[in-house]
Ligand binder design. Sequence first.
Ligand code: FMN
Length: 174
Amino acid sequence: MDCLKAINTRRSIRKYKKKRIPKHLIKKLITGARNAPSAFNDQPWVFITITKQETKDRITAQKSQKSRFIKDAPLLIACCYDETKSRTKAHNLENVAIAAENILITANALGLGACYIGAFDPDYPEIEKTINKVLRLPRHVHIVCLISIGYSDEKPGKKKMRSFNEILKSETYY
Ligand SMILES: Cc1cc2nc3c(=O)[nH]c(=O)nc-3n(C[C@H](O)[C@H](O)[C@H](O)COP(=O)(O)O)c2cc1C
């Protein structure tokens, strides 16, 4: 699929066929992620692939009802950063979020459906604690998001978009 098509047709997919994702496609997803830009080229990311049902169930137990669908995804990727690999704290979240977007676009290009899941909410620290425990994250590794991935079993409806006029300014804001 052409790159612009992969970007512009990407949608969040939350319903998946019960079909495993082959290893060579998982490698392509991570290849997309590792080619992302990062501040100072630190590449502080770490990706953990999760396919075992028990692990998915343990993670999902802590998530809100709305995000429980991830337990039925054939693949979850926990996108994390290793704070010992980046020279400044300032860009840790950005580095991983950009790599995560590359995974979403690559998934679409490969005919897979995916959804970005904000992994933790500062108001609910127990979610992060559970993920740290289940994924056995060392103290210096922190989760930024989960991505659920599978072969799509839904066609999302049209989504509301803010207009160009509203989001695009020329030279100055006013
Ligand atoms: C930072 C962030 C956090 C998100 N967290 C969740 C989530 O917890 N659960 C979920 O179902 N979707 C989540 N999403 C997906 C958004 O709901 C989705 O991108 C948005 O509704 C636009 O739809 P689209 O992805 O189909 O274009 C998240 C997306 C982003 C960027």
